[in-house]
Ligand binder design. Structure first.
Ligand code: HEC
Length: 119
C-alpha cells in the first residue's frame, strides 16, 4: 500500500510539472531559423555574418567581439538609438545607411527591439 502511494505521488508530481510547463507564461524566444519574415531575410543577408545566425553574437576572426542582440547589457535601448547604430555603425559595426532603404533601417530597429529583445 505504501509503495502504491509513493508511486501515485510520483506520477502526480510529474503530471503537475507537465501542466506547469503548458502554462509557462514567459515569452518564447524568437527563432530566426523558423521565420520567413522580410526582417529575418534582411537579417540573414546583412547582420548574421557578424551577429551570428540566431543573433547570439560571436567573435570574428580578427578578435572583434560582436554582441548578442538578444541579451546582456545593451548599449542602446531606445528604438531611435538602435536605429542610429544600424544606420551609422561604429565600434566595429558597418554603417547600413547606404545598404538599406529608410524603411528597411526602421524595420530592422523595430525587429531588434520587438522580436529579438522581446521588450
Ligand atoms: C561587421 C560586423 C557587423 C555587422 C555586419 C553588423 N553588426 Fe551590429 N554590431 C557589430 C559590433 C562589433 C557591435 C558592437 C558595437 C559597440 O560596441 O558599440 C554591434 C552592435 C550592434 C547593436 C547595438 C547593440 C547594443 O548593445 O545595444 C545593434 C542593435 C546591432 N549591432 C544591430 C545590427 C543589425 C540589425 C545589423 C544588420 C543590419 C548589424 N548589426 C550588422 C558588428 C556588426
Amino acid at each position: 500500500m505504501l509503495m502504491f502511494r509513493v508511486k501515485l505521488l510520483i506520477i502526480l508530481s510529474f503530471t503537475l510539472i507537465g501542466f506547469a510547463a503548458c502554462f509557462d507564461s514567459r515569452p518564447k524566444a524568437f527563432v530566426l531559423a523558423d521565420s520567413k519574415s522580410y526582417e529575418t531575410s534582411l537579417f540573414r543577408q546583412n547582420c548574421a555574418i557578424c551577429h551570428g545566425p540566431e543573433a547570439n553574437g560571436r567573435t570574428l576572426y580578427d578578435g572583434t567581439v560582436v554582441p548578442s542582440l538578444r541579451e546582456g547589457e545593451f548599449k542602446f535601448n531606445t528604438e531611435a538609438e538602435i536605429y542610429k547604430q544600424i544606420a551609422e555603425g561604429g565600434h566595429g559595426m558597418l554603417p547600413f545607411r547606404n545598404q538599406l532603404t529608410e524603411r528597411e533601417l526602421r524595420l530592422m530597429a523595430e525587429f531588434v527591439r520587438r522580436d529579438l529583445r522581446k521588450e
